[in-house]
Ligand binder design. Sequence first.
Ligand SMILES: Nc1ncnc2c1ncn2[C@@H]1O[C@H](COP(=O)(O)OP(=O)(O)O)[C@@H](O)[C@H]1O
Ligand SMILES: [Mg+2]
Length: 167
Amino acid sequence: MSKLVFPFAVTTDRVEQTEAFGARLARLVLDDASLPRYVALAGNLGVGKTAFVRGFASVIAPGVAVRSPTFALVNEYRAAGMPPVFHFDMYRITSEDDLYSIGYDDYLDRGICLVEWSENVPYAMPDEFLRVLIEKTDPSEPDTRRITVTSEHSSRLQGENDVYSFT
Ligand SMILES: Nc1ncnc2c1ncn2[C@@H]1O[C@H](COP(=O)(O)OP(=O)(O)O)[C@@H](O)[C@H]1O
Ligand SMILES: [Mg+2]
């Protein structure tokens, strides 16, 4: 499995290719302990965030059903001998109280977190994470997506004195 150099960008033309790229990132994260185990997914509704998670989770827990946890807020995908995957959807999260009510902090070190709509909870980001931005690039190509992966550092994004930094 070749390493990715960040930022890394790929174009997909079908949902299966987005799933396959999710699977590729999962294998990289499993193989390389230096990579963050927190993936923030960004992009508009219907762009393919859950599809990416489906591919990622297929490496950890083959055959598991992956759905957007919009109402549950978090789904867990588990298989023997693998780190669990925690699939969050922050679409309805409006405050830190909401996060605490689902025990968010307790998930962070126990598995791999894949987080849809993390834009809603900038204060909840760990110090280091991968950001996967999925975008439609061309209205005349409805199935084409640009996926850009960057390696992020919260302290750099938010500034040293930010009251929200998680330490
Ligand atoms: N290249 C592509 N990558 C991902 N999804 C695609 C692609 N082309 C079409 N689609 C479709 O876009 C939709 C993405 O839905 P979903 O993954 O639930 O989005 P999100 O979680 O971002 O709201 C699916 O219906 C999927 O079939
Ligand atoms: Mg979704």
